[in-house]
Design a protein around this ligand. Structure first.
Ligand code: FAD
Length: 606
């Protein structure tokens, strides 16, 4: 048996972002022992990068807001493919989760009368995003981390899980290695919560950090869990486009929420050109009304820059394609124009958008209080992921739970900004609670030693292979995959491109099996990348196959060869499971009929 350290926990949480930390806190509070594993240092998870805010119908800024409007907005944004039970729980429970975070020490921005301040965001009818300037994720992680450490959770940092261990059809732990020394770790547990985040690193232009290689989705799939909605990848409309080294880094929607406008190289506000019918009644048709909306005028309608992300991203692509883009292939996002509206606009912008101010100052030498930014779409978020039960967050595999970005359901075909941070809190808590309950109700199992043995053999293979015939190492394979996914399965998709991508993925799979790495196991980035590759390839194939299957355009998924929404595709989710020979089996699973009271809420809010 390969040398390894073994750790025992009732509940093992994989991932220390908002979802993982919230799950761990809840599980430990339920009286079970909890281990928390994360690929990077504690506090460095992706959640820390979240900028704009957390959506919850607190009604602090507009008292017309309530959970029903939030529910209806989320369903409309998701084009009704959402798991409506999750959308209901999310809208109802988000306000309590935000207040709880405040009670644990999170310091939100304030209204004049001292309540949590809320800002506008795309697709939300009322100002709904509780925020801390544009550093909300940092405050959230700081608060959750303090709480988690205080409650006594065992943390295993810089430790990557490579396989889930199973006993029959139940998950009973995980096989991992520590990134610093390369030593193997085995986690033996009664329940496992996956909270590993998204898949952005499958694409070359992304706002996501290096950790987002689809590990949770791939690990779950290989253990028999189902994936759903993988075709729905969100391309955020505003990432940096220049200089090349920072391409893809996010420019928060908060800029538009604070009054920022999008203009093309002719200086025209092109977002007024194309307002979808279902949003027309809520959208301002002139600049003045849009501005008043961002300043809290309740009688005004939102500016077209705050339409849903998929729509704004496609409008930007249209301007670029038709030759009206900025010099580096984007458009202009301008917040400096508010100097004509606000006396001390420069100080105001620096106060409301401090991170954006510094980001552009330091990375692009642009002062956003004085000049426009150049922006374009960037791969941002995965709506699809692991299929879970809405109430418990258990996957289709007993003992395996999933929460946060790696889980699917809440957001349907498209996510509204701010609905991820609230998702992490609401469903992280639920996953932790139900994983603890599962662990308490189910005894431990034997450690599957054969699986540990084969996982360790597999992990060491890249050291034992001769250098590849064509010299391709793990970084080259990763790069080729990312470029190909961006080009062929990106923001605008066609059948022929995606069929080409499938062939490419297959060929890269073969290459990935032969990559070799030099050196030893101590902090070896080549080895880390070689071990990430199967996950990246698995999620890339799942995205591509699901996108081929959905022959229509809806939410984050746009097909040039099927540009319209097809009502026949409005009734099911595309679900994938692993077949007997490891292949992907696709089914169409009918969405249960919306409960009458919820259908009425949707109708009333149309
Ligand atoms: P993460 O926070 O990414 O945590 C994943 C964890 O899993 C990490 O600890 C990682 O180390 C660990 N992990 C991954 N793989 C493994 C493995 N194999 N083994 C062990 N550990 C592993 N959403 C909003 O609602 N509002 C916003 O304002 C907002 N702003 C954003 C700004 C940016 C720049 C970006 C990129 C996203 C933003 N989002 C926002 C989206 C939101 O931040 C994410 O969806 C959310 O933080 C995901 O949280 P998570 O807990 O699911 O995963």
């Amino acid at each position: 048996m390969a040398e390894h350290e073994t750790h025992y926990h009732d509940v093992l949480v994989i991932g220390a972002g908002g979802a993982g930390l919230r799950a761990a806190i809840e599980a430990v509070n339920s009286g079970v022992s909890v281990g928390l594993v994360c690929k990077s240092l504690l506090g460095k998870a992706h959640t820390v990068m979240a900028e704009g805010g957390v959506a919850a119908a607190l009604a602090n800024v507009d008292d017309r807001d309530n959970w029903k409007v939030h529910f209806a907005d989320t369903m409309r944004g998701g084009q009704y493919l959402n798991n409506w039970r999750m959308a209901e729980l999310h809208a109802k429970e988000a306000p309590d989760r935000v207040r709880e975070l405040e009670a644990w020490g999170a310091v939100f921005d304030r209204t004049d009368d001292g309540r949590i301040l809320q800002r506008n965001f795309g697709g939300h009818k009322y100002p709904r995003l509780a925020h801390v300037g544009d550093r909300t994720g940092l405050e959230m992680i700081r608060t959750l981390q303090d709480r988690a450490v205080y409650t006594g959770i065992d943390v295993h940092m810089e430790c990557t899980v490579l396989k889930l261990l199973t006993d029959g059809d139940r998950v009973v732990g995980a096989f991992a290695y520590d990134r610093e020394r390369g030593r193997f770790r085995v986690f033996h547990s009664k329940a496992v919560v996956l909270a590993t985040g998204g898949i952005g690193r499958a694409f070359s232009v992304t706002s996501n950090s290096w950790e987002y290689t689809g590990d949770g989705q791939s690990l779950a799939f290989q253990s028999g869990a189902a994936l759903q909605d993988m075709e729905f990848v969100q391309f955020h409309p505003t990432g940096m486009v220049w200089p090349p080294s920072v391409k893809g880094i996010l420019v928060t929607e908060g800029v538009r929420g604070e009054g920022g406008i999008l203009v093309n190289r002719e200086g025209r506000r092109f977002m007024f050109d194309d307002i979808p019918d279902n949003y027309r009644s809520q959208t301002a048709d002139n600049e003045e009304e849009g501005w008043r909306y961002t300043q809290g005028d309740k009688s005004a309608r939102r500016p077209p820059e705050l339409l849903t992300r998929d729509h704004v991203a496609r409008c930007i692509m249209r301007e670029v394609r038709e030759g009206r883009g900025s010099p580096h292939g984007g458009v202009y996002l301008d917040i400096s124009w508010i100097k004509s509206k606000i006396p001390d606009s420069e100080a105001h912008i620096r106060k409301k958008l401090p991170s954006m101010y510094h980001q552009f100052r330091q990375l692009a030498d642009i002062d956003i209080t004085k000049e426009p930014m150049e922006v374009g779409p960037t791969t941002h978020y995965a709506m699809g992921g692991i299929r879970v039960d809405g109430d418990t967050q258990m996957t289709t595999v007993p003992g395996l739970f999933a929460a946060g970005e790696c889980a699917a359901g809440l957001h349907g075909a498209n996510r509204l900004g701010g609905n991820s941070l609230s998702d992490l809190l609401v469903f992280g808590k639920r996953a932790g609670e139900h994983a603890a309950r599962f662990a308490s109700g189910n005894g431990s199992t034997d450690l599957p030693k054969d699986q540990v043995e084969s996982a360790s053999r597999w992990a060491l293979e890249p050291f034992e292979r001769p250098a590849g015939a064509d010299g391709a190492g793990p970084f080259q394979v990763q790069h080729q995959l990312q470029e190909m996914m961006q080009r062929l399965v990106g923001i605008v998709r066609t059948e022929s491109d995606m069929q080409e991508a499938l062939i490419g993925i297959q060929s890269l799979r073969e290459k990935a099996k032969t990559v070799s790495v030099a050196g030893n196991r101590e902090y070896n980035p080549g080895w880390h990348t070689a071990l990430d590759l199967p996950n990246l390839l698995n999620v890339s194939e799942a995205i591509t196959r699901a996108a081929i299957e959905r022959k229509e355009s809806r939410g984050g998924h746009f097909r040039e060869d099927y540009q319209a929404k097809d009502p026949a595709y409005a009734t099911f989710n595309i679900v994938m499971r692993q077949g007997k020979n490891g292949e992907i089996e696709i089914t169409r699973e009918t969405i249960p009929q919306l409960r009458d009271d919820l259908a009425q809420i949707v109708e009333e809010n149309k």
